[in-house]
Design a protein around this ligand. Structure first.
Ligand SMILES: *Cc1c(COP(=O)(O)O)cnc(C)c1O
Length: 463
């Protein structure tokens, strides 16, 4: 038996011990690191080491200094951004996959990576009710998934007009009208700018009180346009009327891309069908597995009804490439080298099954409603219709809301982000982790009440 990897085996055991300690304590410690823990992070800021350090000591330092400096995103009382927890099987599968260290650009680099991508593609297309044969590309997150879907759509619309972007770029290309909702996610704007389709050429459709595109204000499209709809407003969780948007866009031979970072998972849940009606008629979709599905970071997926359009956007060639008649994962993404992120996605889907996915999403929704009801009962204002996992909360006035949030964020009891909604400051709650329980929410509600108390009595600084 070779002992080449003996030291790695020892290190993995130590890492597992550190992980165990972390998991046993993470739910009891402050959700956001205490000032001492953040101060201690300064220990990392040393000059570049000239000499080697024992790996054992490196790992020990990482755990001693690094672990207390983490935000407890995997715990039950983190409600910031839309981050999602990490299901245990996802983390475990990832450890194994990281040990494999597969580059999955080509099939010949990793038959297992390619096979699991193909299986996930098929399962997800079925689970989300997308058209049979839809292609999937596995990327770092929805930002890249949006970029990928929009690149495919833009190039395909231009190809139909006789223009080859790979050949001619955008110089002199016929302009493609772009349509987004006023509440489109920042990632959409970023993608459009990267794709050479700036804000000035984008038609912005006004939204309603929940942030949904107003179909009565949707432009009359005269030519094939690139339209971005949203399944899950990053503040309110609301869904654009994707079916109607698609109907109008297709009538003018356009392309609809759906940004469904956390909301597209609703398409797996029969009880949420009204939110996603007609979504299967779109042309491309972006979703994160690391949000609602609780797969570890980073795992996003682009889906494209026309496989050829997605492949065309990422075409590349070199004499050393080795294509096969199997799936070559780099055909479907902007990256070439990439880790085998379908491994933990597969493991989570296999573990949950369709029923488990449905239960996970329903649990997040039920907890969000419970959170909203409890806070309303305590005199907070809930400003959105809680249709998914997002809750927008306000106090008496903006000042009190901001000071309550500031106190909450340092309380260690729970963590929420802030935002503005229809001109008002809000506390933004995203219930996004499998680990959240009703007890976690009850405890968090008490923290909200205490934070508001502190805001009222002494300017929001807990003494
Ligand atoms: C999170 C999010 C994104 C960006 O996704 P990343 O995974 O952070 O790249 C885009 N759109 C919406 C609606 C989101 O919630």
């Amino acid at each position: 038996m070779s002992d080449t990897f003996e030291s790695q085996i020892q290190l993995l055991r130590e890492a597992a011990r550190c992980a165990e300690q972390y998991l046993r304590t993470v739910d009891d410690r402050a959700v956001f690191p205490r000032p001492e823990a953040i101060h201690a992070l300064g220990q990392f800021a040393e000059p570049l080491p000239e000499r080697p350090t024992e790996p054992h000591d490196v790992l020990a330092m990482l755990h001693r200094v690094g672990s207390p400096g983490t935000v407890a995103q995997i715990g039950g009382r983190y409600f910031g951004f839309v981050d999602g927890g990490a299901l245990p099987i996802g983390v475990a599968a990832r450890v194994l996959a990281d040990t494999w260290d597969q580059n999955t650009a080509h099939y010949v680099m990793s038959p297992v990576g390619a096979q699991l991508e193909e299986v996930c593609e098929g399962w997800l297309v079925e689970l989300l009710g997308l058209p049979e044969g839809t292609a999937a590309g596995f990327v770092t997150g929805t930002t890249l998934a949006n970029l990928s879907g929009l690149a495919a759509g833009r190039n395909e619309l231009l190809r139909r007009r006789g223009w080859d972007v790979a050949e001619s770029g955008l110089y002199g290309a016929p302009p493609i009208p772009v349509v987004v909702g006023a509440d489109a996610h920042a990632a959409v704007r970023k993608s459009l700018s990267l794709l050479g389709m700036g804000d000035a050429h984008t038609i912005v459709v006004p939204v309603d009180d929940q942030g949904r595109m107003r179909i009565d204000r949707f432009p009359r499209l005269e030519e094939p346009s690139l339209v971005v709809a949203q399944a899950g407003n990053v503040n309110s969780g609301a869904f654009d009327p994707v079916g109607e948007i698609t109907e109008r866009t297709h009538a003018a031979k356009g392309w609809v891309h759906v940004d469904g970072a956390f909301g597209l998972w609703a398409a797996a849940v029969p009880a949420l069908a009204p939110l996603v009606r007609g979504i299967d008629r779109a042309d491309s979709w972006a979703v994160d597995a690391h949000k609602t599905l609780n797969v570890p970071y980073d795992c996003g997926i682009v889906f494209c009804r026309e496989r050829e359009a997605l492949e065309a956007a990422f075409r590349a060639s070199a004499s050393y490439f080795q294509w096969s008649d199997q799936r070559d994962p780099m055909r479907y993404t902007p990256s070439m080298s990439k880790r085998a992120r379908a491994v933990e996605l597969w493991a989570v889907l296999k573990t949950l099954g369709r029923d488990g996915v449905i239960r996970l999403v329903e649990q997040l929704c039920a907890h969000a409603r419970y959170f909203a009801d409890r806070l309303a009962g305590e005199g907070f204002s809930v400003l959105n219709d809680v249709v998914l996992n997002q809750v927008l909360v306000a106090c008496r006035d903006d000042d009190e809301t901001r000071r309550t949030l500031a106190d909450l964020q340092t309380s260690g009891e729970c963590w929420c982000g802030g935002s503005t909604w229809k001109g008002r400051s809000v506390i933004r709650i995203s219930v996004c982790s499998w680990a959240t329980t009703r007890d976690d929410i009850d405890r968090s509600v008490r923290a909200f009440v205490a934070a508001r108390e502190a805001a009222r009595s002494n300017g929001g600084v807990r003494r």
